[in-house]
Design a binder for this molecule. Structure first.
Ligand code: SAH
Ligand code: F3S
Length: 484
């Protein structure tokens, strides 16, 4: 339970995000981010936009001219966390009355100008597609007016904004490839807060990765709500094609080709991606993963429920059987792959049998990791409007606990498989528990710790695994790996 809670908390945790300061900038920005990795990357985009406006980041709330909180709406708890945080800003504003406070992200989009009425501390409300407007909005606020921009866009991808890396370990960086989601899962608020799905120009993606490589980054995490539906139509010579649809088809870059391009262009960089929606994941993607050593052998493949009735009520576009077939194919093509899940316990109408089906499916897949949640009704979603949140809280909690306990068993089973093996690890930081040890991950995304010796951050090291817990592999380095 603690591990799972910890993982979930890490997703929700707000942190003051800082970077090195740009000379000549005099204004101070305190920015923190809650929720998913996409929010984290968006905060980096925001910091980049504001750096040009004279803002440097600070870790001290008390000295901030501008406080921005990038928010998450995915579950009620995420929103409550942010509201509590606003109380803390309130206390600081009493000492520093000039401080302005802005809300970004999904809660901004969901609540719009209502935020200004509900939370008096808030001066500025900006949705995920409106960050380019921040300089104007800040001017408004400085002139003493409230400022709101929550317009969603069909084409904004911030492709040309080079994100300032915040709280970066200098090894691993996020690169967004799509924004928004068109899937309309009935429980999910994301399509309402992040708008329509759009893909980013592959050339701008390659350019960003190249600049990360030049700055010595070693790992790129391609981000999207649904990376497998990435699709870019663009370029190409019209005259070679009979009609627009033929041209679009011939010149389209899908996720498999984007992955292939990235892995070929940057053979020394690890490439990860998240999230894969089972309905859009093709065998092409899995073959591309198998072909390149530098594409990590890890797929986050949310299932949400193992019951067909619940999957249908959730508007997930696949059945339990189709999911199992996909998993069979993945294990066949990449036998050493690690899979992880998202599961929701206690969705509307979920019976005890449905819950058993979920546990049963988990036993079939034996996921390495999991992110598990009790269903939280979200206003505005189809489930929120049309379905009854009828599983009692106690039952939800018990089912969630059973899912978590089973996942813990499977995680341990998976980590034990590595004991005795040599694993290639990218060093990403110092172990929290022991400052004499490095911490990194193997290609399957499992954390590995080992004595530092003379290795450095960003090195690829072969580590002999000697023991494990359900979350961590413990070993000793046996030399540099060929990936350096
Ligand atoms: N495709 C996205 C999913 C975003 S939401 C991605 O990139 O991960 C992350 C997870 O939160 C979902 O997979 C789902 O398991 C969970 N979730 C979403 N809405 C929820 C709700 N209303 N209650 C509980 N969990 C929810
Ligand atoms: Fe949400 Fe489903 Fe999209 S979970 S982000 S609507 S794929």
């Amino acid at each position: 339970m603690e591990q799972v809670e910890k993982v979930i908390d890490e997703r929700l945790q707000g942190k003051a995000l800082v970077t090195q300061n740009k000379k000549g900038n005099t204004k101070k920005l305190f920015i923190e981010s809650y929720g998913c990795q996409m929010n984290m990357n968006d905060s980096e985009i925001v910091a980049s936009i504001l750096e040009k406006e004279g803002f440097n980041t600070t870790q001290k709330l008390e000295e901030a001219d501008l406080v921005l909180v990038n928010t998450c709406s995915i579950r009620e708890k995420a929103e409550t966390t942010v509201r509590n945080r606003l109380q803390k800003y309130n206390a600081v504003k009493r000492i520093n009355p000039k401080m302005k406070v802005g809300v970004l992200g999904c809660m901004a989009e969901r609540l719009k100008s209502k935020f200004l009425e509900e939370e008096k501390i808030v001066d500025l409300v900006v949705g995920p597609d409106a960050y380019r407007d921040l300089p104007n909005l800040i001017e408004e606020v400085e002139a003493g007016r409230d400022a709101v921009n929550v317009i969603l866009s069909k084409d904004e991808t911030y492709a040309d904004v080079s994100p300032v890396r915040l709280n970066s370990n200098g090894v691993s960086a996020f690169v967004s490839i799509t924004r928004g989601c068109d899937n309309m899962c009935t429980f999910c608020v994301v399509p309402f807060t992040r708008g329509r799905e759009r893909s980013r120009d592959p050339q701008s993606i390659i350019k960003e990765i190249r600049s990360m490589q030049e700055r010595n980054f070693k790992e790129i995490i391609l981000l999207g709500q649904n990376v497998d539906s990435y699709l870019w139509y663009g370029g190409g010579l019209k005259k070679h094609f009979k009609n627009a649809s033929e041209m679009a088809k011939a010149t389209a870059v899908n996720f498999a080709s984007l992955l292939d391009m990235c892995a070929t262009e940057f053979p020394k960089m690890r490439i990860r991606f998240a999230t894969s929606n089972p309905q859009d994941m093709t065998l092409d993607v899995i073959h591309v993963m198998a072909k390149h050593h530098n594409i990590c052998k890890y797929i986050h493949l949310p299932i949400q429920s193992g019951s067909n009735a619940v999957l249908k009520a959730m508007n997930r576009q696949h059945t339990r059987e189709e999911y199992m077939e996909l998993v069979d194919n993945i294990y066949k093509i990449i036998p050493d792959v690690a899979l992880s899940q998202d599961i929701i316990a206690g969705f509307c109408g979920e019976t005890e049998q449905d819950h058993q089906d979920t546990l049963d499916l988990m036993r079939y897949v034996k996921y390495s990791f999991g992110f598990m949640f009790a269903y939280s009704e979200r206003p505005g979603t189809l489930a929120g409007k049309k379905m009854s949140d009828d599983v009692p809280l106690e039952v939800k909690k018990r089912r969630l606990q059973e899912i978590i306990d089973l996942q813990r068993e499977h995680s341990l089973l998976r980590t034990k498989e590595f004991v005795g093996q040599v694993q290639e690890v990218l060093i990403e930081g110092v172990s929290k528990k022991n400052p004499d040890k490095w911490k990194g991950r193997n290609t399957q995304n499992t954390v590995v710790v080992f004595p530092k010796e003379n290795y450095k951050m960003g090195d690829f090291v072969n580590v002999k695994i000697e023991s494990c817990t359900s979350t961590t592999l413990i070993g000793t380095a046996v030399g540099y790996s060929e990936s350096n």
